[in-house]
Every structure is written in structure tokens, then in C-alpha cells.
Design a protein around this ligand. Sequence first.
Ligand code: HEC
Ligand code: HEC
Length: 439
Amino acid sequence: MNNSGRAGPLRTALLIGVAIFINQAMGAEAPATAPHGAMAMAEQQQRLDQLISSSTAPPPGVDPVAWAAIYIPPGNELTADRIALGRKLYFDTRLSKDGTVACATCHDASRGFTDHRNVSEGIGDHLGRRSAPTTMNAALFQSMFWDGRAVSLDEQAKLPILNPIEMGHPDAASAMASVGTDPAYQELFQKAYGRAPNYDDLGRAIASFERTLIFLDAPFDRFAAGDSKAISPAAQRGFALFNGKARCVSCHMINSSNPIGTDNLFHNIGVSARKQNFEALAHQALGALKDGSDVDALDKLALETDMSELGRFLVSKKRGDIGAFKTEQLRNVGITAPYMHDGSLHSLWDVLDHYNKGGETNPYLDGGIEPLNLSEDEINDVVAFLFTLTDSRFAAQNEAAMREQQAYAAKKRPFRDNALAHREVLPFEQRVLGPAGLK
Ligand code: HEC
Ligand code: HEC
């Protein structure tokens, strides 16, 4: 063995080391090298390799019986080939009409599997009306989207590709022409489903990949398993408040059979009420949805028009669902800001201010939302608890986000001073309680 034979690999190793160092030095603020501010697809995939192994086994933290019986639809059992196909599709910008947008553009592995925007940006830089939820743990929801209009991950995945302002393919045939003619895909589809490429299997494959994005290994879980030092005393007080005075648990129950912290129901917690005239919009929506509208039409109303703010009403057409949205999961919430269906709340302190004042009053406000009278210390404790729900694989990102939000909250909390004393009293509240009844 001579010297030159060793210098090659050694130098390569050093170069890789330097590259990794530079990468890490640049920190959570990764260079935006793909369109629409996403991390480049190849880099995202490297991140993903560090985060998960594409196992077909039931994920830790989920009951294995429930996993097989509830979370995996019949006919789409998890296999390595299906996951591999879905993963390739998830990162493939050819699924958008102009070739600039993949699922991973808005559900970016380097940005908490979301895009950190108030509302998402699709092809042609079009902005939608809603904030992108994370795809982490989405597999554990009973319905998809803020209004639950898609019944499963498998059905959900087929919608953004055809939505004009997200990925913009005019129809399934156009989407399939862009990937289904590629011999590599033909082989992958054949291996995964034993048939030629088709749109339903495309949805199934992407859903299979998303079923590997389970992130339920947080400091809170170690605390729940008995390690009393796993979370700070402040976070422990916050957990008690969460279950008590702050009443969060009435909608965000979090336990072993319901690990992500949602009741899977829809509530008007007074987020949209900040800006909407619900009555006029509901009227307009009933007109627009009259004659047997299909799921694509509903998708457009939800993402492109003011009717978006009607939430669940668009799906159920029940008045009680006006302005109601799906109870969002609380897992990994530290790294998925901004918050709520319209991305209107920048930090978890803003979220607490929102709940503390009893939401924004409107005639459809959920009965579970009322002023909480939490002190500043109590607010800090609940926020500390919420940051313990982020999976340990994102510990550094979570820490950085907490510092950023803390600094922001110290300077600017738009809803704090607009709190209880300024809460608008509705006519019916006055009738019930008298003018002095609500302060
Ligand atoms: C232009 C940005 C954008 C693109 C591209 C995009 N999404 Fe989304 N995604 C969103 C937004 C915004 C929502 C919320 C829409 C709503 O609730 O009405 C969403 C919702 C979802 C949800 C529901 C999660 C939940 O908690 O209910 C899943 C799952 C999802 N997207 C997966 C995908 C997949 C798979 C693709 C690719 C086929 C994709 N998305 C492409 C922006 C995007
Ligand atoms: C009446 C049911 C209900 C109660 C009580 C409730 N929430 Fe929520 N929560 C929701 C719903 C519904 C949403 C989504 C609302 C929207 O986007 O319009 C939500 C959204 C959130 C979000 C945003 C998540 C994201 O990723 O955007 C956080 C954080 C949150 N809640 C925390 C809390 C905390 C903390 C409490 C207790 C102080 C609490 N919630 C009490 C129903 C509830």
C-alpha cells in the first residue's frame, strides 16, 4: 500500500467533513435552493435519510393493532416498494404543471414538513387561502385538510396535483403523462401494485410514503413514561394547566390511544371571525355548491375564495359548522409555525393569547372557548409544555424556534393587549348576563 493510495480517500473524507461542517454552520436557516423557498429536493432527501428508516413495521408510539386495523386502508398494505414509489413521487416536481412544485415544496423536510408561510404558494407564485399543515403524523388523523374534506391520505394526495393554484395539472391524464411514461416509474408502479401506472395507485403510493412520517418520540413521551426529569418543572406545570384551568385537553386530548392530540372534530374557535362576514359567505357557498359539486370544485372553493373561511360548513353545509376547522395536532408544534388554518398566529404565545381572551367572538363560536384568565407565568408554562411535544430528532430546530418565538413575543404580541377587557360583547351575551355580566 503506498501513500498516494491513501491520500485519495482521506482527502475525500476531509472534503466531505468540511462540506458537512459548512452545512451545519449554516444551521436551521438552510439555503433556499429550490423554487418557492423550499430546500432543494436532493438535500431534503438526505435530511430524510437521517430522520427515518423506511420501515414497514408499525411505528413506535402507535398501537400496532390499531395501526393495522385503522390507519392502513385495505388494499394498500404497507410494502417497501409502495413506500419507495411514493417517496419518489413526493419529491418529484414533474407532478406540477410548470415543473417547479412538488409535495415537498410545501411540505418540506427541512421546515417541519410544512412551508413556514401564512398561506401556501403554488405554481405561478399563486397564494392560496390556507396554511399548509405538516405531513408529519398526518397518517394518524381521521380526515384530511383543515375542513376534513378528504377522507384519507390516499384520497388527499390526488387533490393538490389537480388544484389550479397548487400544482396545476388540468386532469389526472395530464399528471400521469408527466410521470407515467417514464420507464423508471413504470417499473416502480409494476413492483408496487402489479399494474401499469394509474392515478389511484399514485395516491396510494404517496399515502404509503406519508405513513412513514411518524414523529412521536418527544421529551413529553419520556415524561409520560415515568421519567420526571424529561421535561422542565415549568413544562410540567404547563401540562397540568393544559389538562385543567386552560381546558386545552377538551379538544386536544393526548394519550396512548390518541397520540397526536386531536379529537378529530371541527370547532369554531374564533380565528376567522377576525375578518369575515359569515352570513353572506354561507349564502354564497350554498349557491356555489348547489348542483352536485364534486370534490375538485370543493377544493377550489376552499383554497381560492373567501368562502375558505367557512371551514367545515363547506363540507357539511350545517350552520353549526360555520367557521369550524379541524382540531390541529399538537405534535411537533414547536417547529411548524405559523399557526391556525390561515397562519395568522406567529408564535405559541400568540396562540395562548388567543385562547386566553376567549377567541374572537362570533355567533358560531364553540361553547368550549371562553376567557381563561391565565396569568403571564401560566401562559409561559403552557408554552413550555407545548415545546416538549416536538420529536427529539428535531431538538435543535425546536430550541431555535423557541428562542425566536420568545424574542418575538417579548417585543410584539398583537393579541395580548387586545385581550379580555377589550373583548366585544355579543348582543345575546348581554341579554343573558346583563350589561355588567361580561367584562
Ligand atoms: C402549494 C403548496 C402545497 C402543495 C404543492 C401540496 N400541499 Fe399539501 N397542503 C397544502 C395546504 C395549504 C393544505 C391545507 C389545505 C386545506 O386544509 O384546505 C395542505 C394539506 C395537506 C394534507 C392534510 C394534512 C392534515 O393535517 O389534514 C396532506 C396530507 C397534504 N397536504 C399532503 C400533500 C401531498 C401528498 C402533496 C403532493 C401530492 C401536497 N400536499 C402538495 C399545501 C400544499
Ligand atoms: C374547543 C376546542 C379547542 C380547545 C378548547 C382548544 N383548541 Fe387548540 N385548536 C382547536 C382547533 C379547532 C384548532 C384549529 C383552528 C383553526 O385553525 O381555525 C386549534 C389549533 C390549535 C393550535 C395550532 C396548531 C397549528 O399547527 O396550527 C395550537 C397550538 C393549539 N390549538 C393549542 C391549544 C391550547 C394550548 C389550548 C388550551 C389553551 C387549546 N388549543 C384549546 C380546538 C381547540
